[in-house]
Design a binder for this molecule. Structure first.
Ligand SMILES: *Cc1c(COP(=O)(O)O)cnc(C)c1O
Length: 320
């Protein structure tokens, strides 16, 4: 039996993050409201430290290390933002961080991770098992493995973004959350159920990688091959044990959007709201746009999850 994190854990995480994570702004936009005929509240985690909500879960997880764990260090695997989050949170807490990254990770993300003091070890995304390599390092060197999403302290930390949103704007009718492995969605759902119980909570995945939707609908975790999508933060192959249990219990539905819809959302957020949002960070807004008919007159929260996109690539995507 898993002991699932609760909203109490989200509150404890919020206290640990106080003074370390940014309390990111909630932005409004008249043009976005007009476009959807709803009231939209954008929680801007692209403006979080290191550029994504992942700082929250990483910092919370490392805050709970014992002295012995601190001495041996942390190891993790990630295609990007979790790596930077662990590297930064570890540096802030004086802990050594080893990060496994895929051979084809964007150069900017590798450089940023090293810039925050992380030690990067490269593996082949298509032929090697990152979880196995991570576990071996953990066993041999006594390091603690902090995975990107399936960990109670990570989930509780990620839940603090939605907590701040509800604390600031009050009840919402619907909340759209980007979905990869489900750390952000499950944490957000814990906060929504506690703070705005009637709010519909929706996860949003890229169409090419709808394992979460399949899992939600079939009632068992579905594994898929690494999906090809511009939403590189949502290229996960499966939900986790903890995240799936919470999502099944507390989430209302899971939607998908195409890469073309992500680009359209990215363009709107850049042109109208002056926000640089990475493709994965646009999932929630893109889905809200597609479901416009069902949202008329409602108060809708959208978590913009991150803004780490190479500027040249950002330009390329918008040009196409
Ligand atoms: C990691 C990430 C996601 C997905 O988060 P999960 O907790 O894995 O579901 C979404 N957006 C961005 C920007 C991310 O870095």
């Amino acid at each position: 039996m898993l002991t699932l994190p609760t909203y109490e854990d989200v509150m404890a995480a919020a206290a640990r993050l106080d003074g370390h994570a940014h309390r990111t702004p909630v932005l409004r936009s008249r043009s976005a409201d007009a476009l959807l005929g709803a009231q939209l509240f954008f929680k801007c985690e692209n403006l979080q430290r290191m550029g994504a909500f992942k700082f929250r879960g990483a910092f919370n997880a490392l805050s709970r290390f014992t002295d012995e764990q601190r001495r041996a260090g942390v190891v993790t695997f990630s295609s990007g933002n979790h790596a930077q989050a662990i590297a930064l949170a570890a540096r802030l807490q004086g802990i050594k961080a080893t990060i496994l990254m895929p051979h084809d990770a964007p150069a900017a993300k590798v450089a940023a991770t090293e810039g925050y003091g992380g030690i990067v070890v490269v593996y082949n995304r298509y032929s090697e098992d990152r979880e196995q390599i991570g576990r071996t390092l953990a066993d041999e060197q006594g390091m603690t493995l902090i995975p990107p999403y399936d960990h109670p302290d990570v989930i509780a930390g990620q839940g603090t973004a939605a907590k701040e949103l509800f604390d600031e704007v009050g009840d919402l009718d619907a909340l759209f959350v980007c979905l990869g492995g489900g750390g952000l969605l499950s944490g957000s759902a814990l906060s929504a159920r506690a703070l705005s119980p009637k709010c519909k909570v929706y996860g949003v995945e890229p169409e090419a990688g709808n394992d979460g939707q399949q899992s939600f609908r079939s009632g068992a975790i579905v594994h898929i091959d690494t999906p090809r999508t511009i939403a590189d933060g949502a290229q996960t192959q499966h939900l986790g044990q903890y995240t799936f249990a919470i999502i099944r219990r507390d989430v209302d539905d899971i939607h998908t959007v195409s890469d073309a819809q992500l680009v359209q959302a990215m363009r709107f957020l850049a042109e109208r709201m002056k926000l640089v949002v990475e493709p994965t960070g646009c999932l929630g807004f893109a889905a809200a746009r597609a479901l416009e008919d069902q949202l008329a007159g409602l108060r809708v929260g959208i978590i913009i999850s991150g803004g780490n996109v190479d500027v040249a690539r950002f330009g390329e995507l918008l040009k196409a």
